[in-house]
Design a protein around this ligand. Structure first.
Ligand SMILES: [Fe+2]
Ligand SMILES: [Fe+2]
Length: 288
């Protein structure tokens, strides 16, 4: 009844959560963009990552062309593109449901939002501030959450979660809450048939987050896994080579198998950023 297609994700080799959802009423894309970590392990993106980014952008551009509604959950470059890789003209006459560019936003995102929205206005997109609002298209209901912290504090600003419901079937997209589930987000997500969540950034443990904070996230994800039909965990968590161990901990706690976006598509996860060191090592060996 509903088609869900993860277009670009960390498990598909790029930083992104771009997702296409089709209902009998409308075609929707959430966060049509993708990017690469400028530096990981002190190394710039590997050639394979650059190729994966190029492919992802081509896929996203194609899906934008037959989408009616585009949701922008916040203004980080892996979630919106200011016209660098994706021409803004592709958004002409599309309906854009966007994060409020002025309220509940940090300074860097406010600057990026104003630039992006000025550009999309010029090409004739129909912009709607979406925070905490509902949008109805025939029998399809899009519910946008109140702004949620990007992680466990507001340094990185706020994001919007997205619910798409059609005749009792629902899909939830968490955006970058970084796996930090509070009462509000837990309630927003539970009951979904499919929930697409960004897990905690375990690769930043003891750097941005403490072990206790990450453990609390994992326990909450285990609780959530029992409250939704299918739980897809990707994005930040797939930057950790050991993500599979965490999936196993969730399974031990809840008895539920969680999957990556790649596995949702029936593909093997293709981690590139997390394997960057290894990719460089392999390519230097193949040259000798
Ligand atoms: Fe973000
Ligand atoms: Fe992100």
């Amino acid at each position: 009844m509903l088609e869900i297609k993860p277009l670009a994700f960390d498990s598909l080799g790029v930083r992104s959560m771009a997702t296409f959802i089709s209902t009998p009423d409308i075609n929707i894309i959430i966060d049509p963009s993708a990017s690469l970590a400028p530096l990981r392990y002190g190394l710039p993106p590997h050639e394979l990552e650059v190729r994966a980014l190029h492919n992802s952008i081509e896929v996203i551009k194609n899906f934008i062309s037959f989408s009616d509604v585009i949701v922008i959950t916040h203004y980080h470059y892996d979630h919106h593109d200011p016209g660098k890789l994706i021409p803004l003209e592709l958004l002409t006459s599309k309906e854009l449901l966007v994060k409020d560019p002025v309220n509940m936003i940090n300074v860097s995102q406010r600057i990026r939002a104003s630039k992006f929205l000025k550009g999309v206005k010029e090409v004739g997109a129909d912009i709607k501030i979406a925070d905490g609002r509902e949008f109805k298209y025939g029998k399809t209901l899009i519910t946008i959450s109140k702004p949620q912290q990007h992680g466990n504090n507001d340094k990185l600003g706020y994001v919007l979660m997205v619910s798409i419901r059609y005749e009792g079937y629902s899909i939830i997209f968490s955006s970058d809450i970084e796996g930090f589930l509070n009462d509000y987000s837990m309630k927003f997500i539970e009951g979904a048939d499919v929930a697409i969540i960004d897990g905690p950034p375990t690769y930043l443990i003891n750097n941005a987050y403490s072990e206790d904070e990450i453990r609390a996230c994992i326990e909450n994800l285990a609780i959530l896994s029992k409250k939704v039909g299918k739980l897809v965990i990707d994005h930040h968590m797939l930057r950790d080579l050991n993500y599979r161990n965490i999936f196993n901990i969730i399974k031990d706690l809840s008895g539920v198998n969680v999957i990556t976006a790649a596995e949702f598509l029936g593909l093997e996860p293709n981690l590139l950023e997390a394997r960057r060191r290894e990719l460089y090592k392999n390519s230097s060996q193949s040259k000798t």
